[in-house]
Structure formats: C-alpha cells, structure tokens
Design a protein around this ligand. Structure first.
Ligand code: XBP
Ligand code: MG
Length: 232
C-alpha cells in the first residue's frame, strides 16, 4: 500500500450505531403516520438491512410482506413519501443527540486531521443524515472536515456495488492504494474491496457474524487502534 493519504468512512454502524435505535424507529414512525400497520421489530430490521438504501428497503418490504400495497399504481410515490417522513423523524432523533459517535471515532478523526490525512465519507444513507449526524456530535464545522461526502442516490448502484467508493476516489483524485476504507458491514466491505480499497471493519450491533475474512483488519471498535497502526 502507498503512504496513507485519505481515510474514507462509512456512516451507519461505523461512525455511530444508527440503525436499531435511529433509522428503525424513524421508519416505524413514518409507517404509523401514514396509517400503515407495518412495524419493523429489531429482528426483522436486521433481516431488512440486507437491502441497502431506505427507499429500496421499503420497496423490498412491500413486495415481500405487503404485496397488495406494493401492487398499487401509486406505490412508488408512497415509497417516496414514506421515506421523506422517515428522514424527518430520523433527523429529529439525531438533532436531539440520541445517536452518539462510536468510541474512538472522534479521536481518530482528530488524529487524522492533525496528521494531514484527508477525510471522506462513502455511505448509502441520505446526505442530510450525514450532515446532521456530524454537526450534532462534532459541532457546526464538522462536515467541512470531510473533503468529499458521497451519500445516498448520488450513484446509480448502492453498496455492495463499488460505485460510491469509486465516486469518492474520483473526487479525491487519489488511487485506491493511497486510501483506507472503514466499514461495519459485509456489504460495505464488498463495496470497498470492489473499488480496490483496503478495508478495516469495526463490527456493529447488526453485523456480528458476517463474513469479514477479506477485511484488512477486523476490530470491535476504533478505540482499539491508533492512526499509526492504520497507516502501516
Ligand atoms: C446504511 C444504509 C442506509 C440506512 C438508512 O448506510 O443502508 O440505507 O440504513 O438510511 P451506510 P436511508 O452503512 O452505507 O452508511 O433511509 O437514508 O437510506
Ligand atoms: Mg454501514
């Protein structure tokens, strides 16, 4: 690997444990508000996470658990409306400080900034979710620490496709060999590897037991390693 020039962070599950107590209740609040009797409990949500992207997840759920609704001609519009309501609920949770960063994340970001290592984000989640999570936990300037933020629908294919990491690498104008990806899931690992990146995995609430054999390092959390160890 070349000298480490940039670290590309995943968001959900990596920067913060956002899925079980953030996105999941926000989806359920949106379903309730729309008068649907849909409810994603923790176990079902863990299965649905095999589909990346909130809109794609709702569409997948409709097709498999509510085919009559999914067959409606206005289903696509309904998916868009549900996701919009869900995102508003999610942003409120984040804004209220209910989704703190995982241990070691803030320290690593500060170490990287002090060492002049460039920062970027490659995530499937909605861009506004990233901005709000960074501001709520690191202050109003935090989004500006990241030279490139690749998020959500900016690319045609979401993780495990490599598109989002390739999009970020292009904008960094760096070769994959000079960068490191940090992920929490097998889907994210596959996406980073397909883009030619070395990838550290920090196991999260929903990803324990997934196949991380091709990861460069597998950690319980970023508090377990220093920037120096990541740059080796
Ligand atoms: C995780 C995802 C996202 C979130 C929900 O993204 O797959 O879809 O679960 O966010 P990552 P949206 O691990 O790549 O950060 O509803 O905004 O998609
Ligand atoms: Mg993730």
């Amino acid at each position: 690997m070349d000298t480490l020039k940039a670290i590309i962070f995943d968001v959900d599950g990596t920067l913060a444990e956002t899925e079980r107590d953030g996105h999941r209740p926000a989806f359920n609040a949106a379903f309730h508000e729309a008068g649907l009797d849909w409810y994603w409990d923790e176990a079902l949500y863990g299965e649905l996470l095999s589909v990346t992207g909130g809109k794609e997840r709702i569409r997948h759920y409709g097709a498999h658990y509510a085919p009559a609704i999914a067959a409606r001609p206005d289903f696509d519009a309904l998916v868009g409306q549900l996701h919009k309501i869900k995102t508003a609920h999610y942003l409120r949770l984040v804004d209220q400080g209910q989704l703190p960063l995982r241990p070691g994340v803030a320290r690593l970001l500060n170490e990287a900034r002090q060492a002049g290592i460039r920062l970027a984000i490659a995530t499937t989640t909605t861009p506004e979710n990233v901005d709000t999570l960074l501001r709520a936990n690191l202050g109003p300037d935090a989004p500006g620490w990241f030279e490139v933020i690749g998020a959500g629908d900016i690319v045609p294919a979401k993780k495990p496709a490599p598109d989002i990491y390739q999009w970020v690498l292009n904008r960094l104008a760096l070769p994959a060999a000079a960068c490191l990806a940090i992920e929490d899931s097998e889907m994210g690992l596959k996406s980073a590897l397909s883009a030619g990146l070395r990838c550290v995995v920090t196991i999260s609430e929903y990803t324990r037991g997934q196949d991380f054999r091709r990861a460069w390092r597998v950690l319980e959390g970023l508090e377990e390693c220093s920037l120096g160890e990541l740059g080796e």
